[in-house]
Design a protein around this ligand. Structure first.
Ligand SMILES: [Zn+2]
Ligand SMILES: [Zn+2]
Ligand SMILES: [Zn+2]
Length: 436
């Protein structure tokens, strides 16, 4: 009998009853072909590979991360609660040391869901990784977290949720935003004034192949992870860098994904995108599972794999090497950049527009952050959406200093309820969520 070198947990949740519409690329077949392949390869017969049934998360668990407008029940379906629950199940099993690592093969995905949620963006309504991370912090005392997003799209939702948090290192590798949804994720997007350098955005040119991807992992991602010393490493494991993916323009293979997983050694992988349902997902997922389990994955090859067609152009290689240097430089300057970003105690403003392509909603945000040398800073978001909803959202971070807690409560109490339909206070140190 085959034996895994690392005990590996798996959750499969294809969400049979949820789809944006029946022909949409984000649909249940994404996981059904993988499940067939995994059964055919006898993965569940390997000693040390455990299948878990997903939990269901509660509204309270969403409220540690999001401000859902008008509320959690309106934004989510039961499939979203189980999908997030699947990630939590793996996290708990890792914490209880039942397994060494695990992979939540769940849908719907979550990495485009931001802190304020008025609806769906990029097929996402709530952020599965962030809900799992705040569960780990609340219930298991995890502090320093690294999230490496290897989906082909910029993980703009996770980037937004951890924008101000120096205890979460968020690294997203994605196809250059000038050529792909959501159009963001450039190297200068480094996080807010209290957390510069804790968001690292790595755009890769269209046509990036396995060699270029792994160059970035070896020369930038791994050395930075080593220096950050996270308590836990999470991989947002999107599979849409694959050469057959219908939505993207990359040249990554199942072998590439498996090797990436072997190098990254995530404690927890959470499935994000990947839309080549038959041509890629079954092979990529199998490669990732074997790599997590510390097993030989050299036989996992797509039927139409042809290395000649997957060569990387010279200009692509050059561009990747340049970007790697830029990111490494920003990382090394992060403390200096934080120092220069503002004066302790001042409030900084940011205005922006967020489009929800899945639900055709336009949101305008006015954000205030307290510059703080002692914590992530009290955060206020005035959010007005084209649905007519206008809300005020106040976030007091888990590591808040006394002054930022007071500032957060003042922001909430001052909310003029003639202007807002609702005001929310997310008090992470007390683990409470207040609505008025
Ligand atoms: Zn990404
Ligand atoms: Zn994607
Ligand atoms: Zn503070």
């Amino acid at each position: 009998m085959l034996k895994a070198n690392k005990r590996t947990g798996l959750v499969f949740f294809p969400a049979f009853d949820w789809a944006i519409d029946p022909t949409h690329p984000e649909r249940e077949e994404r996981l059904l072909y993988t499940l067939d392949q995994v059964l055919e390869e006898g993965i569940f017969d390997i000693s040390g590979i455990e299948e878990y049934k997903p939990d269901l998360i509660t509204a309270k668990e969403i409220q540690r991360v999001h401000f859902c407008v008008p509320d959690e029940a309106t934004i989510t379906t039961q499939s979203h609660l189980i999908s997030a629950g699947g990630a939590k199940t793996i996290a708990r099993a890792v914490m209880n040391k039942e397994i060494d690592c695990g992979f939540a093969l769940i849908r719907p995905p979550g990495h485009h869901a931001m802190r304020v949620a008025h609806g769906g963006r990029g097929f996402c309504h709530i952020n599965m990784e962030a809900i799992m991370v705040e569960y780990l912090r609340q219930e298991h005392g995890i502090k320093r977290v690294a999230i490496v997003d290897t989906d082909c799209h910029h993980g703009d939702g996770t980037n937004d949720i951890y924008w101000h948090d120096p205890d979460t290192l968020f690294i997203s590798l994605h196809q250059d935003g000038r050529t792909l949804y959501p159009g963001t994720g450039f190297p200068h997007e480094l996080g807010g004034p209290n957390a510069k350098g804790s968001c690292l955005n790595i755009p890769l040119p269209p046509g990036t192949a396995t060699e270029g991807y792994l160059y970035m992992i070896n020369n930038t991602v791994l050395p930075i992870l080593d220096e950050f010393k996270p308590d836990i490493i999470i991989n947002s494991a999107g599979q849409d860098n694959h050469y057959t993916d219908p939505l993207t323009n990359m040249k990554f293979s199942a072998q590439g994904y498996a090797e990436l997983t072997r190098l990254l050694k995530p404690d927890i992988a959470v499935l994000e995108g990947g839309y080549a349902i038959e041509g890629a997902l079954p092979y990529v997922n199998l490669g990732i599972i074997l790599a997590l389990a510390g097993m030989d994955f050299s036989q996992v090859v797509e039927p139409d794999y042809s290395p000649e067609n997957l060569r990387q152009a010279f200009h692509v290689t050059q561009k990747i090497e340049q970007t790697s240097e830029i990111i490494n430089r920003y990382w090394n300057q992060r403390m200096e950049l934080r120092e220069k970003a503002g004066i302790h105690g001042e409030i900084q403003h940011r205005h922006r527009e967020i489009f929800y392509d899945t639900d055709s909603i336009l949101e305008r945000q006015k954000e205030k952050i307290r510059i703080c040398r002692d914590c992530s800073g009290a955060l206020e978001i005035d959010s007005q959406a084209s649905t007519g909803k206008h809300v005020l959202c106040v976030h007091i971070p888990l590591n808040a200093c006394r002054q930022c807690r007071e500032t957060g409560y003042e922001m909430f109490e001052r909310a003029d309820m003639k202007r807002y339909s609702r005001a929310f206070l997310q008090d992470r140190p007390n683990d409470t969520y207040t609505i008025k």
